[in-house]
Design a binder for this molecule. Structure first.
Ligand SMILES: NC(=O)c1ccc[n+]([C@@H]2O[C@H](COP(=O)([O-])OP(=O)(O)OC[C@H]3O[C@@H](n4cnc5c(N)ncnc54)[C@H](OP(=O)(O)O)[C@@H]3O)[C@@H](O)[C@H]2O)c1
Length: 298
């Protein structure tokens, strides 16, 4: 039996990872920020410790003590600079803190959440800081595994629900740019199962996995597929990137504005890759996107 320490446990991915870890028979201890406790309603059989990955490392170390595995999920898609919440602090500094604390606490396994598109010279700050975090993980001396998902979908997600909401409510759905860039949405339960099975899968030590569904689709194709599942005719209107960029630069500080300049940079890139090693290593059968959409939206 393993005891896994989970950061980001209260998030969309974290809640699914807790369930998957428990289904594999592991004991779960979650790092929970003050005030976020209610997000773990219904998860009674887990240990909780209050803390913050940007807090003092000795505190984190004491909280990790007794766990052999650390599952590090914390990440942000949007900065709030006035509150000191930046990509660099959350992704890079935060990951370094957790690594140092994990090593000092005697944990062996380190399962790290990155993102597809992460690379040294990426255009988006999100991807560049995820790369810096990955580099810290690789240099850590821990038995690491890195997961790089494309966009993740499932109940309570931020992406598919946004698109489905637009298809449901809007007579004309805006598509940013030409909408031809492709992505490979992956169901949350497969992402979570990968993390949970990696705890025991020694073959996954020092490996980096592309985590993606079997179907690569453009944003336009995805919106049409959502329309089919929801029995709605989807009419699209393209919003040129040249128009969107200055608008996002001004409005992205409003929490309700849906995209940031950094996200626009990512939208201009394909977000695809070969997920075969992920499925074979963890014994997961890929789910066709149409089937996954029916399960979530149908
Ligand atoms: N969702 C996707 O499609 C997707 C795709 C690729 C990669 N990822 C990566 O997957 C990870 C999880 O994403 P998600 O969608 O589950 O995000 P989410 O729902 O926003 O969850 C983020 C989690 O991080 C926690 N957190 C934030 N700042 C923290 C801090 N200073 N100390 C401790 N915990 C902190 C949040 O806690 P609170 O509840 O206290 O705010 C929450 O539990 C991220 O690293 C993300 O980059 C996600």
């Amino acid at each position: 039996m393993h005891r896994a320490f989970v950061t980001g446990a209260t998030g969309f991915v974290g809640r699914a990872v807790i369930q998957a870890l428990r289904a594999e028979g592991h004991v779960v201890r979650c790092l929970v920020r003050r005030g976020s406790e209610t997000d773990l309603h219904g998860f009674e059989a887990i240990e909780r410790v209050e803390g913050d990955i940007l807090g003092p490392v000795p505190t984190l170390e004491a909280e990790i003590a007794g766990c052999d595995t650390v599952v590090h999920l914390v990440g942000i898609i949007r900065e709030h600079k006035t509150r000191g919440i930046t990509f660099d602090r959350l992704h890079h500094l935060g990951t370094r803190n957790v690594i140092v604390a994990a090593a000092a606490a005697g944990a062996r396994r380190f399962l790290h959440m990155s993102a597809l598109g992460t690379r040294a010279n990426a255009r988006a700050q999100y991807h560049r800081t995820k790369w810096a975090a990955e580099e810290a993980v690789r240099a850590s001396g821990l038995a690491w595994t890195i997961f790089r998902p494309s966009v993740i979908y499932g109940p309570g997600d931020g992406f598919l629900s946004l698109l489905a909401g637009m298809v449901r409510r809007m007579p004309i759905v805006p598509v940013i740019g030409d909408g031809r860039q492709r992505l490979q949405p992956v169901p949350i339960e497969h992402v979570a199962a990968g993390f949970a099975r990696a705890v025991r899968a020694e073959a996954s030590v020092k490996q980096t996995y592309t985590v993606a569904g079997p179907d690569a689709v453009s944003m336009v194709e995805l919106l049409q597929m959502i329309g089919t599942v929801m029995h709605r005719r989807v009419r699209l209107a393209r919003v040129p990137m040249g128009l969107m960029r200055p608008v996002a630069r001004v409005l992205h500080r409003a929490p309700t504005f849906p995209v940031t300049p950094d996200q626009l940079l990512m939208l201009e890139e394909d977000n695809t890759g070969d997920p075969t090693p992920f499925y074979t290593t963890f014994g997961i059968t890929p789910m066709p996107l149409a089937q996954g959409l029916r399960q979530v939206l149908g």
